[in-house]
Design a protein around this ligand. Structure first.
Ligand code: MN
Length: 725
């Protein structure tokens, strides 16, 4: 975006808008301008100009990006709620809810403070920005706001200049990059460098200027020759030379330890043509005229970058014997490269890859929407699709010092407390959010400032906390505390939990918990005494259902010494309902689930009559079904009767890049979804791929999906599969 020196006026803005906006929309923009000018009446910028010059300049930037009327109006109004006596409801009345929401979004973003310098914090801030913005237009208005503030930074104090420039380089330029708005990104970077390292900045500017004079003729010559050759072949092309932006040269000098005169590609030639076919045609012309440098040709048309960037890049030995970079693209590709909202940062930047993959998908979708923009009848409809919910499964909150903490959605102040420090969690007695007391089960929202109130005399964590916390970290810390502090209580509680589970499964404790069965269970779970086992259940290290499932197995096995001979018809507390499967037209048939495919509610299922063992239920897609049908087995229509909270076995295999702590993370992730694990085995193969096999207890297919989705978010996971044995 060229720095515009000519005076900006509302007439000038409206003229700009005429190329793509209706008369009614332009009239509304004019009305917004009058409204803002009146609201800011008497206020001046540090430059001495009337304040309205700032929102007007922001609107100009937005118009360059061809944003819709609501965004332009919000750009004009973006400072009125914060800086004048105008209220939110006044804006709703005057300009409608959509504009008001945008203005409110920009106002909220002002709450975010930038005190931190750590890279991780910067990353969290960028994410928080996107999470809070919700509507991508809010983000773009904020970028335009920052851009104009950077353009007028010279009026600020030296300290403010440095602080703003650093923020811009750490937060705003990367955001512009993520959205693929290169014009804004470049200008923000150059302006930041100007204040952060003025010496280098002006040195490069001067060297460029000298170089430019020296090379201008040369580049002009190259452009002329190219135009001529392309015209000879009837290729309609726009050929231009452009200087690289200053910050990119500076980065090159710093990261590649190069001196200015060692950098050849200060200028690049760009050829813009009408069609993809012409791109390759133009490339042919270039390569016949000058010798291409080996290894420098990149076909981003056949292989677009992740952000959908497309172009042909080549470097040739130019007429003066120096390398010359040439980019070839269509007009459409050019548009994408300059203004597109895109996501190739995912591949360039480090960080938690899984989460960002998800984010990348959303942005990729976004990108597609932009491509289809032409097809949308209604600009309104298009803008609707820009309302996105990025990071819907995370929240970002502040410590009182201004650090950003990332937590899973639904987290409560206790999660926050344990994230800060175990002692703070253990001694937490209350919490304040944005200065007000809140209950401990308050669900944190992005942007909240959270303060934990602790007391030395607190009784420590409560069992109820386990039900409200979201993070596995908080859970395990709370359990640890109980394990350490409350042995007797744990034993009593554990015993009670096991007995309750026995009752839930419709047994009597004395039926299942025989001395013989108990000693077998102790051995299985590696405990010396019953007390230890109950204590473990008591503090939550072992699920009561894990114990009872084992006890029931032992009970059934002992019963099974005399297996039933025929299809058992049972009365009363019938097993079928408990298993959650009904055979159509028949009650009380013994049902069992096939061990090959472990069906769960939600799966399509089919039953087979087996000799002496009731009905065996398989998933319809189980490979064994076909074989059984072929062998003449009789099928039965079966259906789920899922009103019971019965849990079912599912076998899951996770493959991942083997690394330290992986298995723990996987187990914690499953625990976070409130899912019991009944067996785990893990091994790593020669290629450093970890295979983790788990048996888990799940309620239905949705539950299973939740678990699988959660697992997929773990870093370094390749695949998560449900197994058929
Ligand atoms: Mn502003």
């Amino acid at each position: 975006m060229a720095v515009e020196t000519d005076e900006k006026t509302i007439d000038g803005l409206c003229q700009k808008l005429q190329s793509y906006m209706s008369h009614e929309d332009i009239a509304a923009v004019r009305r917004a301008y009058d409204f803002a000018a009146k609201a800011h009446q008497g206020q001046t910028r540090l430059s001495g100009e009337p304040y309205i010059s700032h929102p007007l300049a922001v609107a100009y930037i937005l118009a360059d990006l061809r944003l819709d009327a609501a965004a332009i109006i919000a750009g004009l109004l973006h400072d009125v709620v914060e800086d004048t006596s105008v209220s939110d409801s006044t804006i709703v009345q005057a300009f409608g809810a959509e504009v008001a929401t945008l203005v409110d979004g920009v106002t909220k973003l002002k709450r975010i403070k930038f005190d931190s310098r750590e890279e991780q914090q910067a990353e969290n801030l960028r994410k928080m920005f996107m999470a809070m913005a919700r509507d991508i237009r809010v983000l773009i208005i904020k970028l335009a706001d920052r851009l104009h503030n950077m353009r007028t930074l010279k009026y600020q104090s030296p300290e403010t200049q440095i602080r703003k420039a650093r923020e811009t380089l750490e937060i705003f330029a990367p955001l512009a990059h993520r959205l693929g708005i290169n014009t804004i990104k470049w200008e923000l970077e150059d302006l930041s460098l100007r204040y952060l390292n003025p010496q280098q900045y002006y040195r490069i500017v001067n060297l460029m200027a000298r170089k430019r004079q020296e090379r201008e003729q040369y580049i002009e010559g190259v452009i002329d020759v190219l135009r001529e050759k392309l015209a000879e072949l009837n290729l309609k092309a726009d050929v231009s030379g452009r200087a690289k932006h200053i910050y990119s040269i500076y980065r090159k000098m710093v990261t590649q330890h190069k001196e200015f005169n060692e950098i050849y590609d200060l200028f690049a030639i760009r050829i813009i043509v009408e069609s993809i076919k012409d791109c390759y045609g133009a490339l042919g012309v270039v390569h016949t005229m000058w010798k291409p440098m080996p290894g420098r040709f990149k076909d981003y048309i056949a292989m677009p970058k992740a952000n959908m960037y497309q172009s042909l890049h080549t470097t040739v030995i130019g007429p003066n014997g120096e390398p010359l970079e040439i980019q070839i693209r269509t007009w459409e590709m050019h548009q994408t490269a300059e203004y597109g909202i895109a996501a190739h940062w995912v591949y360039k930047e480090s960080g938690s890859k899984r989460v960002e993959d998800d984010f990348a998908k959303k942005l990729a979708w976004f990108r597609e929407v932009l491509e289809w923009q032409q097809d949308f009848r209604d600009a309104q409809e298009f803008m609707e699709t820009l309302k996105i919910d990025l990071f819907s499964d995370q929240v970002f909150v502040f410590t009182p010092k201004g650090d950003v903490i990332e937590l899973p959605a639904g987290s409560v102040p206790i999660d926050f407390a344990y994230r800060i420090h175990t002692d703070i969690g253990n001694h937490c007695i209350g919490a304040k959010v944005n200065g007000k007391m809140v209950p401990l089960d308050y669900r944190l929202r992005t942007g909240d400032i959270v303060e934990i109130i602790t007391s030395k005399h607190s009784y420590g964590p409560s069992w109820d906390w386990l039900k409200i916390v979201q993070t596995s970290q908080a859970k395990s810390k709370i359990r640890q505390w109980f394990k350490r502090e409350k042995r007797e209580e744990n034993v009593a509680r554990g015993k009670e939990l096991v007995e309750r589970e026995v009752a839930r499964q419709k047994f009597e404790p004395k039926q299942l918990m025989t001395p013989q069965a108990m000693s077998e269970v102790l051995q299985k779970f590696n405990f010396a005494r019953e007390e230890d086992l109950f204590a473990a259940v008591g503090y939550g290290g072992l699920g009561p259902s894990q114990v009872v499932t084992r006890l029931v197995e032992i009970f059934r096995r002992n019963q099974g010494e005399k297996p039933p001979e025929t299809v058992t018809i049972q009365k009363g507390t019938a097993k079928p309902a408990e298993m959650g499967v009904r055979v159509r037209g028949v009650d009380n048939i013994l049902i069992r689930f096939a061990r090959c495919c472990h069906p769960v509610p939600g799966d399509e299922i089919v039953g087979f009559v087996t000799r002496g063992r009731g009905v065996s239920v398989h998933r319809r897609d189980c490979p064994n079904v076909e074989a059984m049908v072929d062998s003449g087995a009789r099928t039965l229509e079966v259906e789920w009767a899922t009103d019971k909270d019965w849990s079912y076995n599912a076998e899951i295999e996770v493959t991942a890049m083997d690394r330290h702590g992986l298995v723990n993370e996987v187990l914690n992730a499953v625990a976070e979804t409130k899912t019991d694990i009944t067996a785990v085995s893990a091994r790593a193969d020669a290629k450093k791929i970890a295979h983790i096999h788990m048996s888990i207890r799940i309620r239905n297919l949705d539950h299973l999906r939740t678990v699988v989705e959660r697992l997929k978010r773990i870093k370094d996971i390749y695949s998560v599969r449900r197994m058929i044995q």
